[in-house]
Design a protein around this ligand. Structure first.
Ligand SMILES: Nc1ncnc2c1ncn2[C@@H]1O[C@H](COP(=O)(O)OP(=O)(O)OP(=O)(O)O)[C@@H](O)[C@H]1O
Length: 507
């Protein structure tokens, strides 16, 4: 037997990592066997990403040991050696969109083609790429540009690249975040196939049902500590959530819209013939006070483009948006904001935060004019507002003064949501608001959205997550830019998923 067959793909023990006063990892451990799919779960800020940084050589642990296949981890800073052990496929793909698949596969390791120093033989490169893709059963055209591939194909290319460096442990950080149901199936099939060849996966996800579907073992971290490692089979979901939260599961509820919250009042938000060529067909919408409207749809449904149009990020090709009977100037973010449209973008990193500013500053960026007389910003009021958001959205931070760059991914997302709420918008438009948010925070967050409506304002949730849509009073399912079905609160998971996939009966 080879060494790697008897030793774990990775074994980490006693890992400590501090960031200033924050202890991000407090003596944690993790073991992943060859060919195993192992989930690492925990609430936002539990320490998952920090462990990934330690395991991939991006951060140096303050204490502890890491071994791959029984051998000590490479020296800190020896990037090539780390690449031959482990790779992480992030939510945001690392491939270069403009380059071809072949170029991405051999990025930073072009070899001279034999005609002289510095020459690259493209033909040879393509052939090598074909061989490599075939070896790992990835069907992608080596000459295609990475940006033209489906998200999961880009992930396959990254995985194939990592395996070609010799890595036998692949870390997947929320890999399904940008995939629709079919993409997830294709990804999971590929992972299972590679697992049977001995490749080990560490799977980080807030989607516990995916953990049950894909993984054989799970490790839970809570507040920087290891609390549980167990086989997935036989572990009740309630017990898993209890391990993550440290509380009895009964405290985590799933939000449901109460029937008949819609009152007979003038709409807060109305669209008339709103259309964006190539994205969505003319659409008439009315969202009334007290109502949460869901726009359900997969990646290409046009629902995200619709949200971006409502927020002023895209200019519609036709139609009108009004908020409380006031026409909103199309394609202008400041006008949308001013009209009372609060927006939570899908890509919170690009559209979201000023990283070297505090939680309080970021949460109040859009309301500076309301926090003190004559345009001054009173620090006490900023802090007070931020503190109320920290509590109601359950943001894990040292306090309002902490820089957002020091927050975990999920907690940064909550700050973006706090910012959208800060202006007390008439209508809150949120794209996949709970993506990357842990199981318990998800609940408080959807509760906050529900409250916006219950206060007589309105909300629009754009998502393909069933839990997000459960909080809605009415759900429109979009497919290829058209509304194909409308539901009240009584839909079943199956019928809504079918409608989002374009195979619903109520089209
Ligand atoms: N660069 C940093 N500077 C200061 N603190 C940090 C830094 N990176 C992480 N932390 C802190 O370390 C702790 C663990 O964060 P980490 O990102 O590992 O959490 P996580 O489990 O990945 O959360 P999420 O599910 O939200 O992604 C958090 O309290 C976070 O605020």
């Amino acid at each position: 037997m080879s060494t790697s067959a008897v030793h774990p793909a990775v074994h980490a023990e006693g890992i400590v990592k501090r960031f200033g006063p924050t202890v991000a990892l407090d003596g944690v451990r993790l073991t992943v066997a060859p060919g195993e799919s192992h989930a690492l779960v925990g609430r936002n800020g539990a320490g998952k990403s920090t462990l990934v940084s330690v395991l991939t050589g991006l951060h140096k642990a303050d204490a502890g040991t890491v071994a791959f296949g029984g051998e000590p981890a490479p020296a800190f800073g020896d990037t090539a050696a780390w690449q031959s052990k482990v790779a992480c496929v992030y939510q945001k793909s690392m491939v270069v969109p403009e380059l071809t698949v072949a170029e991405n596969l051999f990025l930073n390791r072009f070899e001279a083609g034999g005609q002289g120093r510095g020459f690259i033989s493209w033909r040879r490169l393509r052939r090598r790429a074909e061989e490599l893709l075939a070896e790992y059963g990835v069907s992608a055209d080596p000459t295609a540009r990475a940006k033209d591939l489906a998200v999961e194909q880009r992930q396959f290319v990254e995985i194939a690249r990592a395996l070609s460096f010799g890595a036998r442990l692949i870390i997947l950080d929320e890999p399904t975040a940008q995939l629709d149901a079919r993409g997830i199936d294709r990804l999971f099939d590929k992972l299972r196939e590679l697992q049977s060849q001995g490749v080990a996966f560490l799977f980080i996800s807030h989607h516990l049902q995916e953990v049950y579907e894909l993984c054989t073992a799970v490790t839970v971290y809570r507040d920087a500590r290891h609390v549980l490692t167990a086989p997935v089979a036989g572990l009740a979901k309630g017990d898993l959530v209890t391990a993550m939260t440290g509380e009895a599961t009964s405290t985590v509820t799933a939000w449901h819209a109460a029937a008949s919250t819609v009152r007979d009042a003038a709409p807060v938000l109305r669209t008339e013939g709103l259309a964006l060529d190539g994205q969505f067909d003319p659409l008439d919408l009315e969202v009334r006070p007290g109502e949460v409207l869901g726009l359900a749809g997969a990646a290409a449904s046009g629902n995200t483009a619709l949200g971006e149009t409502l927020a002023g990020l895209r200019k519609p090709t036709a139609g009108r948006i009004t908020v409380r009977d006031r026409t909103v100037r199309p394609g202008s973010v400041p006008h949308a904001l001013d009209a009372g449209i609060g927006y939570v973008p899908e890509d919170r990193h690009i559209q979201g935060l000023v990283h070297d500013r505090s939680v309080a500053e970021n949460a109040t960026l859009t309301v500076a004019d309301q926090l003190g007389p004559w345009g001054t910003v009173l620090p006490s009021r900023t802090r007070e507002f931020a503190q109320s958001m920290i509590t109601s959205l359950d943001i894990k931070t040292q306090g309002p003064q902490q820089k957002v760059s020091g927050l975990s991914g999920g907690n940064q997302q909550k700050v973006v949501i706090a910012r959208a709420l800060a202006r007390r918008p008439s209508v809150l438009v949120a794209v996949r608001p709970t993506a990357g948010v842990d199981v318990k925070s998800k609940d408080s967050l959807l509760g906050v959205v529900r409250r916006v409506a219950d206060e007589g304002r309105a909300a629009v949730i754009i998502s393909d997550e069933l839990d997000d849509l459960r909080v809605c009073d009415r759900v429109l399912a979009l497919f290829h830019g058209r509304v194909v079905a409308t539901y009240g609160t009584g839909w079943t998971d199956r019928e809504l998923v079918a409608a989002m996939e374009g195979v619903g009966e109520r089209a």
